[in-house]
Design a protein. Structure first.
Length: 364
């Protein structure tokens, strides 16, 4: 098949489209480094629990999801009225855009493409500002200018695809600036559960800032992308307003009933942090030793590109694909335009296979 015929997929975890794009067979063996999921999950008890819950499919879910919201509130040390259960993080993003229909949004790029898509769906005009440098830092002056135009600003923390983290202190200053301009901040923290340090959590800021909305996902940390499970955190008035845009029974029974046991599984959380500490440090060094520039990562993935003078990122992507490694392209991230690759952190065996493939490419 002509590669020009098949579009670049807009998300990770879509191997079929990329195999077709490069003329490889559907059964071509691949290790998927394009989707940022916890390699330790789902927790071992999930299949049995889902089987136990099947009988509940004959009834409608509780429309207010009281038990799930109470579990989240306890986990986050806030009140249940500040929690809205959503059909994955994606629905939380679209509900946040719905709150500002017809207005203006600032989006800090490069970042997750669904913010712009959600804004377009609700007629929200977009003003973009760029992260700069290899460390993808906020440009404070440009940010202030963008805030002057906006009703809402979308930020991702840790940012996808760069894996960089805006500090809590910077977020506090930004919230103060945004409040003075009557602007909300929507901060997507789909990967925040991979941050070990408690002092970087933003949930306590909800008590001080009415202009803060936090978005969370349970699908990344617990490896349940097919289940669609997330939540939105804000003050009670904002939660009620967002709920008014949400379809009834948006979250299915199986997903809602898993919330409490997932959040209470401290053993799984401890095992994940142990894996993360060991593999993240090791891989950050090893990727650099393979001739790659590596953006500073505070998440379970890395943004990389060949060092100057090496082969192009496009060539590296294709050679890795032929070697059985599926990386995440960056053609649909404004500001990256395909010049970087995103690589998920997987278990040690898979990570070693990636390093072997990168070394073979370098030695060729």
């Amino acid at each position: 098949m002509n590669p020009a015929v098949v579009a670049w997929p807009s998300h990770g975890g879509q191997a079929s489209a990329l195999l077709a794009r490069f003329g490889l067979p559907e059964h071509h063996p691949l290790i998927d480094f394009s989707a940022n999921l916890n390699p330790l999950g789902p927790p071992a008890w999930v299949p049995e629990r889902l089987a136990e819950l099947v009988s509940g499919l004959a009834r409608y879910p509780a429309s207010d999801y009281t038990a799930a919201c109470a579990a989240i509130a306890h986990h986050e040390s806030i009140s249940p009225e500040q929690v809205l259960l959503t059909n994955g993080g994606a629905e939380a993003i679209f509900l946040s855009a719905a709150l500002h229909a017809g207005g203006w949004a600032g989006i800090v790029q490069p970042t997750f493409t669904e913010y712009a898509r959600a804004c377009r769906a609700y007629g929200v005009a977009i003003a973009s500002t760029a992260l700069t440098g290899l460390d993808f830092k906020l440009e404070w002056e440009a940010l202030g200018t963008t805030l002057e135009e906006c009703d809402v600003m979308f930020l991702c923390r840790p940012n996808n695809p760069t894996a960089t983290l805006i500090s809590r202190a910077t977020i506090e200053a930004l919230l103060e600036m945004a409040r003075a301009r009557d602007c909300r901040l929507v901060i997507d923290e789909a990967f925040v559960d991979f941050i070990v340090e408690d002092d970087e959590r933003l949930t306590p800021l909800l008590a001080r800032f009415d202009n803060l909305i936090l978005l969370r996902s349970l699908t990344k940390f617990y490896t349940l992308p097919g289940l669609r499970l997330g939540y939105l955190l804000a003050n009670a008035d904002t939660v009620n307003q967002a709920r008014s845009y949400q379809p009834p029974w948006s979250v299915n029974h199986l997903a809602a009933e898993l919330v409490a046991p997932l959040l209470s599984d401290t053993g799984f959380q401890s095992r994940t942090f142990r894996w993360l500490r060991e593999e993240h440090s090791r891989m950050a060094k090893a990727l650099g030793a393979c001739g790659l520039e590596v953006a500073p990562s505070r998440a379970n993935f890395f943004l990389v590109r060949p060092e100057p003078g090496g082969e192009t990122c496009a060539a590296l992507f294709e050679r890795l694909l032929h070697s059985g490694i599926l990386a995440r392209h960056t053609h649909n991230f404004p500001g990256l335009e395909g010049d970087w690759l995103r690589l998920a952190l997987r278990d040690r065996a898979d990570n070693d296979r990636l390093l072997e493939a990168l070394q073979n490419v370098r030695d060729a």
